[in-house]
Design a protein around this ligand. Structure first.
Ligand code: ZN
Length: 658
């Protein structure tokens, strides 16, 4: 492993905290050291208080911050003396530890200090770095791990057998270092957990970490292990696996008690684990480091195909594990797996959002590689389940997952057609804001700018091309694991032509896009919606259905046919739990269809001012894209759980419709 330290970057930094931020990010940039919020760092310094007194302070990483992106505000400034005195206490509950640490902070708005703050405090160096380095932990997760660690490091490190992180670990280390000569020690190896390094300055502590990890890597290399980076996202998931994936997602979500996102990693590293002949054995021997347990549960589910049975077995085993380890104070967490190893395919990551599912896959990939290394050294042997249980059910770990309010559509997957602009765009953004993962399609290339973060994807697809429609539905399943919400919105307002002068191209264009394309989409989507969570379809109708206008025959006839299609769909799909409803918006003023010229012409035809025409409805209001979007978001959500086959006007009230 290479040091990423650069004098030209570090040289500009002057304060100890800035240098602490700098090398923390260097650690965070290396996923083989820390993953997603793992690890923690600190720096000790002196501050002058408001009253002119000097105080010893430790800035320690705040819980919930990620080393890769940490900022000065991510470090909690805590008085050193109370932390050191805490280490000397005979016992300290988690609740008390957190309360007294917070009380010792000099900034009450800073984040809660890392659970390892006391351990950082008792190490007598200004800079302290802690990681869960893959190579070091993998070597220690073998039958003769302690002997190998001793052989690799000699007496240059302090080796600490596994104990629970937090106060207990700090206490154990305090006992072990009583007679330690710190000047002859480069670091602390926590068996089955991770590494601490330290030093008088940021660079020394960081580069000692790199050196310690490199020694473990050299050991692995000499044993023939491949140390190339883990590879993700291999071959595209084949079409034949899409329906099983949607069924898996449904089964896991049912066990979890809410909708989930399921993402597949078919890359080389994940495949290597999935295709192991002794998969069942290695998959039942625990995680890389206990810190991962809150993301992955103690064990992955290794299964393919018969998901319902596999989930039931996994749930039963999880309940037995809970019963074996719980005390009267424990409430069982849900028994659903977060990581599935699917033979012949790879890993499936489960999360409340695409980001969470991706985190599981990152951890899974690093674990898969570590298992491979450890198997080469005589066998993968992680912690016993009692230790894993302590961490999984540790309130300070569960707190890392965050509580807070859950958006109403969190975990759901939505597909919106015609989403490049206007109503479709507004709906796609509204669904995303409500927590759904969204695929938007459009034939216009500008749909690409819908892609944002992990949970919103714009795809170019022509709604009138059935093959393209099928591919876009498959892409939604491939990316997010299934489909729950379908907003069949793509349409066109064809040129005004009285029936007598109607041209065939205008008539055909309207029927093709405004009617037939919606059938193609339904046909492609229903097999997946059937496995969705409270699946809902919204069809974009028009006020022209109940109240047609002269000259709009091609449009009105197609939209009327589309409404009838939706009604039949509601009849046919009700037994599968799929709701189908229609919205009839009218005169949505902030769309391209109502350009200033069109608005002026229509207002003139009705002998109104444009302002009057825009509010020409019973409520006297302007109807906007956001009104349509919020109605659709509500319609696909729990508020309309028992409504199907309905037609809902979004028009400010129209006497011809009522
Ligand atoms: Zn740790």
């Amino acid at each position: 492993m290479q040091s990423l330290w650069r004098d030209e970057d570090a040289g500009r930094l002057t304060t100890p905290l800035d240098l602490r931020v700098y090398t923390s990010r260097l650690l965070g940039r290396e996923p083989a050291l820390v993953l997603h919020g793992g690890g923690n760092t600190s720096v000790k310094t002196r501050l002058t208080t408001l009253f002119g007194d000097e105080e010893e302070i430790i800035y320690v990483k705040g819980s919930g911050w990620d080393l890769a992106t940490i900022q000065p505000a991510g470090f909690a400034p805590v008085r050193l003396d109370p932390l050191r005195r805490m280490a000397a206490l005979p016992a300290l509950s988690d609740t008390e530890m957190v309360r007294w640490q917070r009380a010792a902070m000099i900034d009450p708005n800073a984040p809660t200090p890392s659970v390892e703050a006391i351990l950082h405090a008792i190490i007598p160096f200004d800079y302290v770095d802690h990681t869960h380095a893959d190579a070091v932990v993998a070597v220690s997760n073998t039958p003769d791990g302690p002997a190998r660690i001793a052989a690799i490091y000699g007496n240059r490190v302090l080796v600490v057998p596994y104990v629970m992180p937090g106060f207990v670990l700090a206490k154990a280390v305090r006992e072990l270092v009583r007679s330690l000569d710190w000047s002859r020690t480069d670091g602390i190896i926590l068996l089955n957990h991770g590494v601490f390094s330290f030093g008088p300055d940021a660079r020394t502590s960081y580069e000692r970490m790199i050196a310690l990890v490199s020694k473990a890597e050299d050991h692995l290399r000499s044993a023939g292990a491949g140390l190339e980076p883990t590879t993700s996202l291999g071959a595209r998931l084949s079409d034949q696996h899409l329906e099983p994936l949607a069924r898996l997602r449904r089964a896991v979500g049912s066990a979890r008690g809410r909708p989930v996102i399921a993402q597949v990693d078919g890359g080389a590293t994940a495949r290597q684990l999935a295709d192991r002949p002794n998969l069942e054995g290695v998959a039942s021997r625990g995680p890389l480091t206990p810190d991962h347990v809150i993301r992955t549960k103690p064990l992955p589910l290794a299964a393919g195909g018969n998901w319902e049975e596999a989930l039931a077995n996994y749930g039963a085993r999880y309940q037995e594990y809970f019963a074996r380890n719980a005390t009267i104070n424990h409430q069982p967490l849900d028994p659903a797996p977060r990581w599935i190893v699917w033979p012949g395919v790879g890993s499936v990551g489960i999360g409340d959002s695409p980001k969470d599912a991706g985190i599981v896959l990152d951890i899974a990939r690093h674990t898969a590689r570590a298992i491979d290394w450890a198997e080469g050294l005589g066998g993968w042997r992680a912690l016993p389940e009692t230790d894993l249980f302590q961490v999984e059910y540790w309130e300070l770990e569960q707190a890392k997952l965050g509580k807070g309010s859950t958006p109403p559509l969190r975990g759901k997957v939505a597909l919106v057609t015609g989403a490049a602009r206007g109503i479709g765009r507004g709906i796609a953004e509204g669904l995303r804001a409500a927590g759904a993962a969204v695929i938007g399609t459009d034939r216009d290339a500008s749909i690409a700018d819908l892609t944002a973060g992990d949970d919103s994807v714009g795809l170019v697809a022509d709604a009138t091309d059935p093959a393209g429609v099928t591919a876009s539905v498959q892409e939604a399943v491939r990316r997010f694991g299934g489909l729950d919400i379908l907003v069949s919105n793509a349409g066109v307002f064809t040129p005004t032509q009285p029936l007598e002068q109607m041209t065939d191209p205008v008539w055909d264009q309207s029927l093709s896009l405004n009617l037939t394309s919606h059938l193609s989409l339904l046909r492609a989507a229903v097999p997946f919606l059937r496995h969705g969570f409270e699946p809902a379809v919204v069809i974009m109708g028009s006020k022209n259905v109940p109240a047609p206008g002269p000259g709009a025959g091609a449009y009105s006839v197609a939209k009327a046919g589309l409404t009838q299609l939706a009604r039949v769909a509601a009849l046919e799909l009700g037994r599968d739990g799929i709701r189908v409803n229609v919205v009839h918006p009218h005169l949505v003023v902030d769309t391209a269809a109502w350009s200033p010229e069109v608005l002026a012409a229509r207002a003139k035809a009705y002998a109104m001012s444009e302002e009057e025409y825009k509010r020409n409805n019973l409520l006297g209001v302007e109807v906007r894209v956001r009104d349509v979007a919020s109605a659709v978001v509500a319609l696909v959500g729990p508020a309309f759980r028992v409504t199907t086959g309905a037609q809902i006007p979004i028009d400010g009230g129209n006497d011809r419709v009522i």
